[in-house]
Design a protein around this ligand. Structure first.
Ligand code: NAI
Ligand code: PYR
Length: 329
C-alpha cells in the first residue's frame, strides 16, 4: 500500500557547487517540504543553509532548508550524493574514482540504517562506477539505486541539435547513452525532431563530419566549462532536480539514467522509466550495428575500471568487507 504523508524530504550529501545549486533549484521549483544538507565542512554547511534559507523567506516556496547529519540523510525520501572531489582542468572523471569511492563508503557507514524506501541518486563522478558500488554499499534494492548518468549529456545534445535544426530543444528526442564520460555514444538512429527521424528532418546536414562534430561538442562540454569556471553546476542542478521530481511525482518519465545492466555487468545509461520506486523498468531501445558496438566497447571499459577498483579495494579491509568483494551483481 502507498504510504501517504505530508512531509517529503530530499537529502543532499555535499553542499559544494553542485549540491548547493541543486538545493537552490529545489527551492525555486518546489517539489518537497524539506531539503537536508550534509557536509563535513561545518562553516560552509552553515553558510549554505543560511544563504539558501534567505531565498525561501519572501517567495513562500514551501520548502525548508536545514543542516543535518548523515543519519538524518539516511531517512530521507531521496538521498542525492554530490559529495566528492571534482575534476581539475584537464583531469578525467575516472581519475576521481579512488578518492570518491572512499568518500562514498564512509557516507554509507555513517548513514546506516538507511530507510528501505529511500531512492539513492548518484551525481558525484565517475557516476557510473560509483552507482555500481553504491548498490552494494547501500544494501537497497537494485531499482532504488540510480545515477544521473548521461541525462546531462543528452540535454547538451538536445541543445546543440536544436541550434543546428533551428527548432525548440523540447521538440527534439535525442539520447546520449553509455558512460557519463569519454566512451559515451549518441544513439543517432533513434533521434527524432517532432515525429520525424533525424535523417528526414535534416537530410542535407547529416554527414559523418556533422555527427563527429556534434559528438565532440557533447563529449567535451564539461571540460570546456570546467577550464573556464572550475566546475559545472547549473545544468546538473536542473537535471538532478527534475529526476527528484519524476521520483516524488511518480511521473513515469523515460530518461537516460545510469543503472545496473545485468547482461553487461556494469552500470551505464540506457533509457528507463522512472517513478516513485526508482527505476520502474528499462525501456528497450533499438540500436544499429555501430551503436551496438559502441555500447559493447563502453561496457567493456567500465567493467575493466570496476575490476581495477575491486583489486585496489581488496587491500582496504573495511571497504572490502562492506562490498563483499565478489564480482557478481
Ligand atoms: N554527474 C554529473 O553529470 C556531474 C557530476 N559532478 C560531480 O559532482 C561532484 C561534486 O562537484 P562539486 O559540487 O563541484 O564539488 P565541490 O568540491 O564544490 O563540493 C563537494 C562537497 O562534498 C563535500 N564532502 C566531502 N566528503 C563528504 C562526506 N563524507 N559527506 C558529505 N559531504 C562531503 C565536500 O566537503 C564539498 O563541500 C564531483 O564529483 C563532480 O565531478 C559535477 C557536475 C556534473
Ligand atoms: C562535471 C561533469 O561530469 C559534467 O558537467 O558533465
Amino acid at each position: 500500500m502507498t504510504e501517504h504523508k505530508l512531509k517529503t524530504s530530499i537529502a543532499i550529501l555535499g553542499c559544494g557547487d553542485v549540491g548547493s545549486t541543486l538545493a537552490y533549484t529545489l527551492i525555486l521549483n518546489p517539489i518537497c517540504t524539506e531539503v537536508i544538507l550534509v557536509d563535513p565542512k561545518k562553516e560552509l554547511l552553515e553558510a549554505q543553509v543560511r544563504d539558501l534559507g534567505d531565498a525561501t523567506y519572501r517567495g513562500n516556496t514551501g520548502t525548508k532548508v536545514r543542516a543535518g547529519n548523515h543519519k538524518d540523510a539516511g531517512q530521507a525520501d531521496i538521498i542525492v550524493i554530490t559529495a566528492g572531489a571534482k575534476q581539475k582542468p584537464g583531469e578525467s572523471r575516472l581519475s576521481l574514482l579512488s578518492r570518491n569511492l572512499h568518500i562514498l563508503s564512509s557516507i554509507f557507514t555513517a548513514m546506516q540504517p538507511i530507510s528501505l524506501h529511500a531512492i539513492l541518486l548518484l551525481v558525484a563522478n565517475p557516476v557510473d562506477i560509483l552507482t555500481y558500488f553504491a548498490r552494494k554499499l547501500s544494501g537497497l534494492p537494485e531499482a532504488q539505486v540510480l545515477g544521473t548518468g548521461t541525462s546531462l549529456d543528452s540535454a547538451r545534445l538536445r541543445g546543440i541539435l536544436a541550434q543546428k535544426a533551428e527548432v525548440a530543444p523540447q521538440s527534439i528526442d535525442a539520447y546520449v547513452l553509455g558512460e557519463h564520460g569519454d566512451s559515451q555514444f549518441i544513439a543517432w538512429s533513434s533521434i527524432t525532431i517532432g515525429t520525424s527521424p533525424l535523417a528526414l528532418a535534416l537530410p542535407a546536414k547529416l554527414t559523418a563530419e556533422f555527427k563527429a562534430n556534434i559528438a565532440a561538442h557533447t563529449r567535451g562540454a564539461a571540460s570546456a566549462i570546467i577550464a573556464a569556471k572550475g566546475c559545472t553546476a547549473y545544468g546538473i542542478g536542473q537535471i538532478a532536480a527534475s529526476i527528484c521530481k519524476y521520483i516524488l511525482f511518480d511521473s513515469r518519465s523515460v530518461r537516460p539514467l545510469s543503472f545496473y545492466q545485468p547482461e553487461l555487468g556494469c552500470c551505464l545509461s540506457m533509457p528507463a522509466v522512472i517513478g516513485r520506486k526508482g527505476i520502474v523498468r528499462a525501456m528497450p531501445v533499438e540500436l544499429d550495428a555501430t551503436e551496438k558496438a559502441e555500447l559493447e566497447t563502453c561496457a567493456k571499459g567500465l567493467r575493466a575500471v570496476i575490476e581495477g577498483a575491486q583489486k585496489e579495494l581488496a587491500a582496504d579491509e573495511v571497504l572490502a568487507k562492506a562490498l563483499e568483494m565478489d564480482q557478481g551483481s
